[in-house]
Ligand binder design. Structure first.
Ligand SMILES: [Mn+2]
Length: 326
């Protein structure tokens, strides 16, 4: 069976992509892989289903990003999915890629990603970030990290570990961060660039969203909903809705935080975060979603009120199962 390092060595034309609304781990991993493949003399395109969010715009200074617009794809041998494993998560571009003859490779750290659309997979669900997996590929292929690549890996790490606060921030994360800083990555500058350039209306959006939170199930579940009107305000200000999760997760006794966002098509995007031992990946799996034990999400094909009830029930069951197991 072909391994991913073999495939990267053997083929010459690559297209790197990832899930819709690419996050820091996805785009940081793409940056690092772009420079790895270029160092190996390959032709590389990064094409995403959505544009880079403004907070990650600085990554494009040294790395070309493009957005799919239905145009003809460049001639490629391999498409690499980063931070996801299904072409269905890549929007219309995913359908285009699925119809092409390119080999699909997956680099990911989500549970079960070895069973996705990749015919060649580089998956480790114990890794904190996809960017860390790309860092491992540099070692396997004997390529030195450049500073732009190091910035990409760093953005991956900080995005998926909540700036080193979450329980996935293991020894490999801190060792790698140390190497990246030694290579010239300016951690404080990156923090300022990503988190301290918010739109002037962002405090009000954050406040209005947090005011809607409810504590349920003996204060073990903090649930907050964003209806279409609030989502509209958030997207016009490029507001990162993940920012509402941490204040709720900080409440003493809260074990699960749920953020439910109403989509334009009427479905609900649900994000769950766990603080204790509850496995939120198992909870969203029942709704066709996925992720990690402590951070997972799903698209629920129901209205906001129904989704609230369904999540409350599912979390209640998970909490009961947990207390039975003790
Ligand atoms: Mn990730």
């Amino acid at each position: 069976m072909t391994t991913l390092p073999d495939l990267l060595r053997a083929q010459s034309r690559f297209l790197l992509t990832g899930h819709e609304n690419p996050d820091g781990d996805c785009v940081g991993g793409q940056v690092a892989l772009f420079h790895l493949l270029r160092a190996l003399g390959k032709t590389v395109h990064i094409v995403n289903p959505d544009p880079l969010s403004a907070s990650f715009g600085f990554l494009a200074e040294h790395t070309p990003f493009s957005v799919a617009s239905g145009q003809e794809l460049p001639a490629i041998d391999v498409v690499v999915l980063l931070d996801c494993a299904q072409l269905s998560r890549v929007g219309r571009l995913g359908r285009q890629l699925g119809a092409s003859s390119a080999t699909v490779a997956v680099i990911d750290h989500h549970v079960g990603s070895e069973h996705g659309d990749g015919s060649v997979c580089y998956v480790d669900s114990t890794a904190a970030a996809t960017g860390l997996l790309v860092r491992r590929l540099y070692r396997e292929l004997g390529v030195e990290l450049t500073r732009p690549a190091a910035e990409g890996v760093f953005v991956s790490l900080v995005s998926d570990t909540g700036w080193f606060r979450y329980s996935n921030a293991d020894a490999e994360v801190f060792q790698t961060a140390s190497e990246l800083v030694a290579l010239g990555v300016d951690s404080a500058h990156i923090y300022d660039t990503i988190y301290r350039r918010q739109h002037p209306s962002s405090p009000r959006i954050l406040a209005d969203t947090l005011l809607r939170h409810r504590l349920l199930l003996d204060d073990k579940l903090a649930l907050v909903t964003m209806d279409k009107a609030l989502i509209e305000r958030a997207s016009s200000a490029d507001f990162d809705t993940d920012g509402v999760l941490e204040p709720l997760r900080s409440i003493d006794g809260v074990e699960v935080v749920a953020l439910l966002k109403e989509r334009y098509d009427g479905a609900v995007k649900c994000s769950l975060r766990a603080r204790g031992d509850v496995d939120v990946q198992a909870i969203v799996a029942a709704f066709g979603g996925g992720g990690h034990k402590k951070a997972a999400g799903a698209t629920m094909k129901m209205g906001l009120a129904a989704a609230e009830r369904a999540i409350e029930q599912a979390v209640q069951q998970a909490l009961l199962a947990q207390s039975d197991g003790r």
